[in-house]
Design a protein around this ligand. Structure first.
Ligand code: SIN
Ligand code: MN
Length: 202
């Protein structure tokens, strides 16, 4: 375990290979009922490079008209999001140090060209609970800084099975994904990276 300067907790290889395979299998089943889709940026309608879906009572979505928000249904299928799998509920119970369960799990899929610009996770009405993130598949270059845009940042490689906790002073830290390192993992059938983030929303 490593605690970074800004309070971010990094747990390299938290999940072993067997547990990672199990997680991928579960995510495949989730994606089969709640398909990945391309979200659009607020106002501009510009497509994000990641594809997303969710599980949980609430899911994070964005589109041109209504922007970033949480809602209980998939914007393409109109159906409720599938339930958060037990293994992720347990992860939240073990690591969140928060007295209520996770309500949302955002599933991001990065192909080899996808990235995510620096941002804060601030669409939750509850900012006291941490955000817990799981990386699966190809490695990425993850960047994190302080609570003001444009400040000093540190970068490190997140590998398959790593868990990151953005809690306490790091809850509002700016963070992003600069690049994916294709073919650095054999976990997924194709190149790419899956990132799961567990959140409390209300
Ligand atoms: C996110 O901030 O939603 C994703 C972070 C990551 O992919 O590691
Ligand atoms: Mn984020």
């Amino acid at each position: 375990m490593q605690t970074l300067e800004n309070g971010t907790i990094w747990l390299p290889e938290f999940f072993d290979r067997k547990a990672q395979e199990n997680l991928v299998e579960i995510i495949r089943k989730t994606v089969a009922v709640a398909p990945l889709y391309t979200p659009k940026m607020p106002k501009t309608g510009k497509p994000m490079s990641v594809r997303i879906t969710n599980c949980g009572e609430l899911g994070w979505v964005t589109d041109k008209e209504n922007g970033y928000r949480y809602q209980s249904t998939h914007p393409v299928t109109g159906k409720q999001w599938p339930k958060i799998p037990d293994i992720l509920k347990t992860l939240w119970e073990e690591l969140s140090d928060y007295p209520a369960p996770a309500e949302a799990c955002l599933i991001n899929f990065y192909d080899e060209h996808a990235k995510m610009g620096m941002h804060q996770d601030r669409d939750e009405s509850n900012l006291n609970a941490p955000v817990i993130s799981v990386s699966l598949g190809d490695a990425c270059l993850f960047r994190i800084g302080g609570t003001t845009r444009g400040g000093k940042t540190t970068s490190f490689k997140l590998q398959s099975g790593d868990v990151v906790i953005l809690g306490g002073p790091a809850r509002m830290a700016f963070h992003g994904v600069d690049k994916i390192y294709p073919n650095t993992s054999t976990l997924l059938k194709k190149t790419g990276r899956i990132n799961l983030t567990l959140r409390r929303v209300t």
